[in-house]
Design a protein around this ligand. Structure first.
Ligand code: FES
Ligand SMILES: [Fe+2]
Length: 435
């Protein structure tokens, strides 16, 4: 028997875990203070018996159970040492495709048990979701050096592929074996449940772990963060040593979350961040996240369509430590050439021009961006007549002066649309399978 957030959670004699609303429908007794009797929970007030299906099964002092004696229940899934509860405001059952996948290793003799952490965080839980695309903060906040970074959104799943090394300017923590880096494939299955296949690379061997990172909101300004770790045992890392490693690595992850929390504590909530080219796709992430905050009927394709953001903006020591973009691009040339294969690229032809309005005069042009640097803009007669800068240039031309290259206000508006994800950068988005 357990109580959490207005729920009573009990395991009946049949072994099933059930989640019911905590107060009794009879006269409000707290079921979480009751007693499990057989497959039912008995209210401490008048002993009404409630089944896991939410129906009242028996009123011990009455011949009949009132017909409408039903209470709210939640669908549960007990798997891999965790209890998950399906909370749908529309009260519909989960579709099979949203079932949380099994975690290889959990419950197996070759892996340790879970080592868990729970903490209350006083901010909106969107902050933790932003981490999915925020490559730069891993360098500045967590002191690691991302060397490969790729995000795929599809349906209710968002996956972050990240390899990272240590930062040369940050010494290894004392008494710990030198860590060379990590390989991580971390997927959010829905808005709050992430499974991270996380391998730590040490000089002597690789250490496989699974990090489970999940949370539930309490209100708009707080959430409960829970994370747990299991570690794969090996010849060098038998039972007890493996558990000690799980605790040590879990504590390491805890330090990372505390670094995030320190930032969240004082930062502002920003709905429309001002991003640079090298930033992650925060707007695309938030559009994906939006699907969990609207009615199912209002989920639009742009929230769930497959979107892969390639790692062309991946970090390197040069880029983050020195901000040297040119140097980095040159350095990557030979490496990219080695990986290149020839394929017909029809994205330019296939991708429609997207309407963009100038934020100054409102002129509507149609634009397509093949890269951050290259933009195609199509003007029609109406836009030409509306653009103030173009009109001024025309007037100057009549006096033999002035050459109109681009409207600076419109250029900024187009860049803004690209940063906000309204105008795709064709070079960064494709729909291949991950390589
Ligand atoms: S309030 Fe629960 S049995 Fe009466
Ligand atoms: Fe973080």
């Amino acid at each position: 028997m357990h109580s959490a957030r207005g729920w009573s959670i009990f395991r009946g004699a049949d072994g099933r875990l059930n989640v019911l609303v905590s107060y009794c429908r009879h006269m409000g007794g707290d079921l979480s203070q009751g007693e499990v009797k057989g497959d039912e929970i008995a209210c401490p007030f008048h002993d009404w018996r409630w089944g896991g299906d939410g129906r009242c099964k028996q009123v011990p002092y009455s011949f009949r159970v009132p017909k409408l004696a039903r209470t709210a229940t939640w669908t549960t899934l007990e798997q891999d040492g965790m209890l998950s509860v399906w909370n749908d405001p529309e009260r519909k059952p989960p579709s099979p495709e949203v079932t949380i996948p099994r975690i290889e290793g959990a419950g197996s003799d070759e892996w340790t048990d879970w080592h868990w952490y729970t903490t209350l965080v006083n901010t909106n839980c969107r902050e933790i979701i932003d981490n999915v695309v925020d490559m730069a903060h891993f360098f500045y906040v967590h002191g690691s050096m991302p060397t490969h970074f790729k995000i795929i959104f599809e349906g209710h799943i968002a996956t972050q592929y990240m390899n990272s090394g240590g930062r040369a300017d940050i010494p290894n923590p004392e008494g710990q074996p030198p860590m060379l880096g990590t390989t991580s494939i971390a997927s959010y299955f829905g808005p709050s449940f992430m499974i991270d296949d996380l391998t730590y690379h040490f000089e002597h061997e690789d250490q496989k772990t699974v990090l489970l990172n999940c949370h539930y909101p309490i209100d708009a300004n707080s959430f409960v963060l829970q994370y747990g770790i299991i570690v794969k045992k090996s010849e060098h890392l038998p039972e007890e040593a493996a558990m000690q490693t799980a605790i040590a690595l879990g504590d390491w992850v805890k330090v990372g979350f505390e670094q995030d929390v320190a930032i969240w504590k004082t930062k502002a909530r920003i709905d429309n961040p001002l991003l640079c080219e090298e930033d992650g796709r925060v707007y695309q992430l938030r559009r994906w996240y939006e699907q969990f905050y609207v009615d199912v009927a209002d989920v639009t394709p742009d929230m769930v369509d497959r979107l892969r953001v390639r790692d062309r903006r991946r970090a390197s020591a040069g880029s983050m430590a020195e901000g040297s973009r040119g140097k980095r691009r040159r350095a990557r040339g030979p490496e990219l050439a080695g990986r290149m294969s020839v394929r017909t690229d029809n994205r330019l032809l296939d991708s429609p021009l997207v309407p963009v309005n100038c934020r100054r005069c409102g002129a509507e042009v149609r634009a397509r961006k093949s890269t951050w640097q290259q933009t195609s803009v199509q003007w029609d007669a109406e836009a030409t007549a509306t653009c103030a800068q173009l009109r001024e240039a025309e007037e100057l031309k009549q006096h033999g002066r002035g050459l109109f290259l681009v409207c600076s206000e419109l250029r900024d508006s187009i860049e803004d649309a690209a940063r906000r994800g309204r105008l795709p950068i064709l070079d960064e988005v494709d729909d291949e399978m991950p390589s």
